[in-house]
Ligand binder design. Structure first.
Ligand SMILES: Nc1ncnc2c1ncn2[C@@H]1O[C@H](COP(=O)(O)OP(=O)(O)OP(=O)(O)O)[C@@H](O)[C@H]1O
Length: 336
């Protein structure tokens, strides 16, 4: 059952993200001046008589028609409303020595950034893999993953269109000879986005916001620098990927504004889990999971005092960035 009261209160860009078929509806029904940052209801309420005449419907009927259309499309496409992931829970298992982990359950909600810290070989990647596999006491750690507090549907393991997790890895090696725009078109098609034009523009703008040097939609992806391609993949994952969870293996500093990258992912309502050794990134998180000998030893919430340290680190980071840029552009560093 769809909850139309909730749908009415969704901003148009959220609505298009959730129901990409609506772009087609708006286009074929001549909705021309949509404000993407306002809700569906607000957009309909502000239509004037002239616009209503153009649309050929009464104001009161528009929402009813849209509700009916969404219902039919959901049925036709076989979309399940319970695909929405609002939280994941990690239920404790055992460490490498077979001892029980020192927590019972860790619930992570949408919009939270959780960092995973611990020495080399301690089991950080194993934890990420448990989440990706939706472990059910059937991995070396014996952990169990719940989705929305419940035993998850096995489809998360086997369906390719319903990926629970998007992985952001460090190095993107593009080998195809495509422009940025064609590459994103391909991605959008494979993710069944019907009218990807606006999304592609949003991705390119966001990526350019994150990267030091701007690129164009016509730029060949093989010509992108390391930082530019990382920025493109982050924006693509945030905006186009339907996976509700993003796993990150440390975002390299070079060429990407990491704080903005995290803000972009969180703004798109994802659960973000990030393995990192960098104090600045760790403090940007809401919590950090400390792993040792394969087990979760502690879960630490970032305190207000720690957030103060973050401010210091941001000043240092800015200074480093300034010097790095100076170096790049051949300046005398003592003048910076
Ligand atoms: N609870 C556990 N029980 C049994 N084996 C485990 C457990 N946790 C991790 N391991 C195993 O320990 C090995 C090292 O773990 P992993 O690769 O996850 O470490 P890591 O912290 O990601 O290391 P690095 O920082 O070097 O990438 C792996 O073979 C993993 O399967």
């Amino acid at each position: 059952m769809i909850k139309f009261d909730k749908i009415k209160k969704m901003k148009i860009d959220e609505l298009l993200k959730k129901y990409s078929f609506m772009s087609n509806y708006f286009e074929t029904n001549n909705f021309e001046n949509l404000d993407y940052k306002s809700t569906l209801e607000e957009n309909i309420n502000k239509l004037d008589n002239e616009e209503l005449e153009e649309l050929g419907v009464k104001k009161d009927d528009i929402l009813l028609k849209i509700e009916e259309y969404i219902k039919q499309m959901i049925e036709f496409l076989g979309i399940k409303e319970d695909d929405d992931v609002n939280s994941i829970s990690i239920i404790a298992g055992t460490n490498k020595f077979g001892n029980e982990e020192k927590y019972e359950e860790l619930k992570i909600k949408k919009g939270e950034i959780i960092c995973i810290v611990g020495p080399t070989g301690s089991g950080k990647s194993r934890l990420l893999a448990d989440i990706e596999w939706v472990a059910d006491r059937d991995t070396p750690t014996n952990r169990k993953i719940l989705i929305n507090g419940k035993n998850p549907d096995k489809k998360w393991r086997f369906s390719s269109s319903n990926r629970l997790v998007a992985q952001l890895s460090q190095n993107m090696n593009f080998i195809m000879d495509l422009s940025v725009e064609d590459f994103l078109q391909l991605h959008a098609k494979s993710r069944l986005v019907e009218n990807p034009k606006e999304l592609i523009e949003k991705i390119i703008n966001s990526a350019n916001d994150l990267a030091g040097e701007k690129f164009e939609r016509e730029t060949q992806i093989t010509d992108l620098s390391g930082g530019q391609s990382r920025a493109l993949m982050i924006a693509d994952t945030a905006i186009l990927s339907k996976s509700p969870i993003v796993l990150i293996d440390e975002i390299e500093n070079a060429g990407v504004d990491r704080k903005r990258a995290l803000e972009l992912l969180i703004g798109e309502e994802k659960v973000v889990l990030m393995a990192t050794h960098d104090p600045m990134l760790a403090l940007l998180g809401n919590k950090r999971i400390v792993i040792n000998n394969g087990g979760i030893e502690k879960i630490i919430e970032t305190t207000e005092e720690e957030k103060e340290i973050l401010k210091e680190l941001e000043v240092i980071d800015k200074r480093m960035q300034g010097l790095r840029n100076g170096l790049r552009y051949g300046e005398n560093l003592s003048n910076i």
